[in-house]
Design a protein around this ligand. Structure first.
Ligand SMILES: Cc1cc2nc3c(=O)[nH]c(=O)nc-3n(C[C@H](O)[C@H](O)[C@H](O)COP(=O)(O)OP(=O)(O)OC[C@H]3O[C@@H](n4cnc5c(N)ncnc54)[C@H](O)[C@@H]3O)c2cc1C
Length: 296
């Protein structure tokens, strides 16, 4: 495969330890990881890559379960692309590989409000948009204005926010598009102090979520008005574990790698929780975490 790949300015890493780079620290390698150096590099790659090469895209891997068998094909990460932020009037342009936290902190340092309610979500702008990442009363959809994407043939596509069907934890992004940058709505008002919101959220997360653990955050989506963690507790799943995968004692919708887990432990644990919750409550929980491997 090495010989068929187009020349690029970024970097190819062969047999990249994708699982080890993920927040859950489980799963195998991918054939090749491509870190484009900028948008043009990515476009050139997509235009010249072999037609049968399967392409996947990841952000910070904070919501992804990598299978133990790894991934056949090429995984693209935008995290080394120049992650520029530029503020203009009522919007900011942000590279999709940039950390959501970096954008929030940069905006806050200028007393600019945008999506500071998402403080603590460890994803990239691209990953947070695909997931429509959010908290109980705010989500990416609330501050997104438009997206620039690139399709698998290297064509650029602009999508205004109102053309996206963004719903709970689903950005409605067609899965043959790579988000290259986002335009976020911003505002600056004397009465709004994003730094105090951030300080409050930092304290709240420290008190309610496991810190310093290998986890993807919430594993399951809430079901209508019902919290997934309540359903898990009600079904008696809050102390379950399989191999090295365990339900967190601090937040039972968080699954953690206690040290030596395999992806298969998480898959089994997720299946057991779903079966027990269904038997107890009649509700089939839906995963919020994504298992990478479908491809384009
Ligand atoms: C401690 C912790 C707390 C968390 N708290 C929250 C929370 O409060 N709310 C919440 O919603 N989530 C939360 N999460 C989950 C996770 O951080 C979010 O879903 C985040 O938005 C994922 O972003 P990522 O960059 O890591 O994406 P990844 O996990 O790498 O990928 C997620 C999906 O996005 C796709 N993707 C990524 N980048 C692109 C791109 N540029 N173009 C196209 N597709 C792309 C991937 O293919 C994949 O389908 C938490 C996770 C952790 C570990």
């Amino acid at each position: 495969m090495q010989h068929d790949l187009p020349g690029i300015r970024g970097e190819y890493v062969f047999d990249f330890q994708l699982g080890r780079a993920s927040f859950l620290r489980v799963g195998g390698t991918c054939d090749v990881m491509f870190f484009p150096s900028d948008k043009d590099d990515l476009i050139q790659f997509l235009q010249q890559k072999p037609k049968d090469l399967r392409i996947y895209v990841v952000g910070n891997l904070s919501n992804v379960l990598v299978p133990d068998c790894g991934i056949m094909g090429c995984v693209v990460s935008l995290t080394r692309m120049a992650g520029e932020i530029s503020f203009h009037g009522e919007t900011a342009s942000v590279g999709a590989g940039l950390g959501l936290q970096d954008f929030i902190m940069e905006a806050a340092s200028r007393r600019i409000s945008s999506c500071e309610y998402l403080f603590g979500i460890p994803g990239t702008i691209g990953g947070a948009t695909v997931m429509n990442a959010g908290v109980s009363d705010f989500e990416m959809a609330d501050s997104l204005a438009s997206l620039n994407c690139i399709d698998m043939r290297g064509n650029e596509v602009n999508i205004p926010r109102d053309k996206l069907n963004m719903t709970y934890r689903d950005g409605g992004i067609p899965n043959d598009l790579i988000i290259s940058d986002a335009t976020m709505r911003i505002c600056m008002e004397p009465s709004i102090d994003p730094k105090s919101t951030i300080a409050h959220l930092r304290r709240k997360r420290l008190l309610t979520q496991p810190v310093g653990c290998s986890t993807c955050g919430c594993t399951f989506k809430n079901h209508g008005g019902l919290k997934a963690w309540q359903l898990i507790k009600e079904a008696g799943c809050d102390k379950l574990s399989v191999g090295g995968a365990s339900v967190s004692k601090i937040h039972c919708n968080f699954l953690i790698n206690t040290g030596n887990a395999k992806a298969s432990d998480f898959i089994e644990l997720i299946g057991t929780i779903k079966a027990q919750v269904l038997a107890k409550t009649g509700i089939l929980l839906e995963e919020e975490i994504v298992t990478i491997g479908g491809g384009y």
